[in-house]
Design a protein around this ligand. Structure first.
Ligand SMILES: [Zn+2]
Length: 321
């Protein structure tokens, strides 16, 4: 399976935790893969079309286990699209108004009967758990991520403005800035930096995918470091190299087993600085930072990083025993 399919499979397997998150994830999936059908006389049904059968099952379970709906599931074979099979889930006319009210796409009208909202429906996404669920739903419905072996790229196609705004908002809450372009009339939000891709995957809950990405990134950095070390200045004392090698090893361990994104920003910054300048002295590292840090500032942070790595090693050894 591709890296993207693996990441999605991992997200699809995540258990449902709270009803609030089921609503937000389902909202995002409806905004990306759902549509409304109008049957006259105010009768409406809701349909989701997805190619991924596991995703169809997840939507089915959200509807059934979360809210007691009884959606129908059909498989449609497309002769024209190279025989691709699409899973079509439908919530029929009888149940659609209750569902659309839960999704905030309908609201009670003057006579108390639900009517479609005139303004763009906006699911309420305020809690941290729901932010993660919303991003996950949008990614599952309209996203993809490139294998880190081929570069860092994660994108979500936003077919409407409400979706685009909400996805940007959730990413920004996670400190992630998305770039934008337009493709075939739809806005595409995308991330290009390894850290941003890893942070977004972590936010959605794809920790296996994050670990794989961090592994590739570290291997790449280590390779670059080996090349630099071979041209390394003779004036570097043996002792200094040993200390920085220990630091690099410790940071590598943290990156692989828990991800650098789990560290406080000051430590994560120092960890990345050390990885990209493995042979620099502490003074030099301090000078490389914007704004510069004193040698004692650098060494304080480095000590905290080493302590984090020691704690991690202790936890890993405990697990083995
Ligand atoms: Zn929630």
């Amino acid at each position: 399976m591709s890296f993207s399919a693996d990441a999605k499979a991992e997200l699809i397997r995540l258990p449902f935790e709270r009803n609030c998150c089921i609503v937000t994830e389902l909202s995002a999936l409806t905004q990306t893969t759902g549509s409304l059908s109008f049957h006259g006389g105010g009768r409406i049904s809701v349909t989701w079309q997805v190619e991924n059968a596991a995703l169809a099952r997840r939507i089915f379970r959200m509807l059934k286990d979360g809210f007691g709906f009884a959606p129908t599931l059909q498989f449609v074979q497309h002769a024209r699209l190279g025989g691709r099979r699409t899973c079509v889930l439908t919530v029929g006319e009888d149940e659609a108004p209750r569902l659309l009210t839960i999704l905030r796409m309908m609201e009670p009208g003057e006579d108390g009967q639900p009517v479609l909202r005139r303004t763009l429906p906006r699911p309420q996404v305020t809690k941290a758990c729901c932010r993660r669920a919303y991003l996950r739903g949008a990614f599952l419905g309209a996203g993809s991520v490139t294998s880190p072996d081929r570069g860092y790229h994660l994108e979500i196609v936003c077919r409407d403005e409400g979706l685009r705004e909400l996805v940007i908002k959730q990413l920004e809450h996670g400190g992630i800035h998305a770039l934008q372009r337009v493709r075939r009339g739809s806005a595409v939000l995308y991330l290009k930096e390894a850290q941003a891709v890893a942070d977004a995957l972590a936010m959605m809950g794809a920790s296996q995918a994050v670990m794989k990405l961090e592994n590739v990134r570290i291997t790449r950095q280590m390779r670059g470091e080996a090349n630099r070390a071979s041209n390394c200045d003779e004036h570097n004392t043996e002792r200094q190299l040993t200390a920085s090698q220990e630091q690099v090893e410790a940071i590598k361990l943290l990156a692989i087993h828990q991800g650098l994104f789990t560290l406080p920003p000051a430590l994560r910054e120092m960890a990345e600085l050390r990885l990209s300048h493995p042979e620099a002295s502490l003074e030099e590292l301090g000078q490389l930072r914007e704004p510069p840090l004193t040698k004692s500032g650098v060494s304080g942070r480095m000590r905290r990083l080493m302590r984090e790595a020691e704690e991690l090693t202790r936890r890993l050894t405990d697990q083995k025993e």
